[in-house]
Ligand binder design. Structure first.
Ligand code: MG
Length: 368
């Protein structure tokens, strides 16, 4: 969720630097998260600042860090990591709101009627809905204004202010409310998470299938590689790389689904750097291409055609290895094996053939 939020923010605010505020104990987790972020977006992140015991303390730590920068920002936007659906339209309103008013926050008119209740749970008052706003983030401020407000609240010992607008109000500033966005939800409960996943998958509506096929001939040797698993055998497979015929077929299926060439065009057999190379390199690179397009691998189904070695006992080890290389869960990877009843080159045990189909989902934007 953090990676998704950072990527959304970086895309929505193309000119901005991003300062993550994290818990001291989460540094390793943060670095792992950052490693999964698109490189051109991740380079906009500055080194993270460690937060404090409360949200308010954490934000103040971030603002103090910015105040020590060679050129502190003129305008700062403060955003929840739990709001991954932030778009450029909202950022533009936030920035112009802060520029015009000093302090501006996004708000939604509640769809439900809001009532205040008393200690017995009875309605004490029906609030005028037109005057109410549910406040979101990013909250936008002129930097000096919000830094000063946080310092003033800290000095006064006011430590229970739940958002930055409240900190600004505490310091005596007027806060303007601009239009928030329905999709900019905060993910708090398991139900929110399910709703967010549904929203994400709905965005990945460009569904594509690709096929792959490969053959390698038997030659001298004492093992074969299939799906990144080494299987002892009385012969080996001949090839420029490790001749992992299964991984090659799946790599081609993924590249086919992307309509992005084939394994030979990305990893030419004439290139000496691929001599004896483990084929996991090719397969993980193809999977990374799917992710780089903002997509996911929905399913991979592969068949290996050979008389020997017998593959049944190794099926799950091969599935696990493939899932690991492509970074998907094992229930999205099917591996089947068949003989060709003694017929043809596979039947004569001259080599092994493999077929694969990959189904991927890409963002629908621009596809329809
Ligand atoms: Mg091959």
């Amino acid at each position: 969720m953090l990676a998704r939020t950072i990527e959304s923010l970086a895309r929505a605010a193309p000119g901005a630097a991003l300062l993550p505020i994290i818990h001291r104990g989460d540094l390793e987790f943060y670095e792992a998260c950052k490693a999964g972020i698109e490189a051109n977006l991740a380079q906009r992140l500055v080194a993270p600042v460690f937060g404090g015991a409360t949200r308010q303390e954490s934000i103040r730590s971030g603002l103090e860090a910015l105040s020590h920068a060679p050129t502190p920002p003129e305008i700062v936007l403060i955003h929840d990591a739990a709001r991954p659906f932030v778009f450029g339209s909202l950022i533009e309103r936030a920035v112009s709101g802060a520029a015009a008013h000093g302090a501006a926050v996004p708000g939604m008119t509640p769809a439900d009627t809001i009532k205040r209740i008393d200690a017995c749970g009875s309605v004490a008052e029906t609030l005028p809905r037109g005057q109410l706003r549910a406040i979101q983030t990013p909250q936008a401020f002129r930097f000096e204004l919000i830094l000063g407000a946080h310092r003033k609240a800290a000095l006064a010992g006011a430590g229970d202010l739940t958002d930055d607008a409240t900190v600004a109000e505490f310091a005596g500033h007027r806060v303007q409310v601009f239009a928030g966005e329905e999709s900019n939800m905060k993910i708090t409960t398991p139900e929110d998470f399910a709703r967010a996943e549904a929203q994400l998958i709905a965005e990945l509506a460009d569904i594509r299938a690709g096929q792959g096929y490969d053959v390698h001939a038997f030659g001298p040797g004492n093992h074969v590689w299939l799906g990144g698993v080494r299987l002892e055998h009385d012969r080996g497979l001949a090839g420029h790389s490790d001749a992992d015929v299964l991984s090659h077929a799946i790599t081609d299926a993924l590249l086919g689904a992307l309509a992005d060439g084939d394994i030979g065009s990305h990893f030419p057999p004439t290139d000496p750097q691929w001599r004896g190379a483990p084929s996991r390199i090719f397969l993980s690179a193809a999977a990374a291409k799917v992710r780089a397009r903002g997509g996911v691998i929905a399913h991979v189904d592969a068949t290996i055609v050979c008389e020997r070695p017998k593959l049944g006992p190794h099926r799950n080890a091969i599935r696990e290895s493939l899932a690991n290389i492509m970074d998907v869960s094992i229930d999205r990877v099917a591996v089947k094996a068949t003989t060709s009843e003694g017929l043809g080159f596979t039947g004569r045990e001259e080599g092994i053939a493999s077929l694969a189909i990959a189904t991927i989902r890409l963002p629908a934007r621009g596809a329809l």
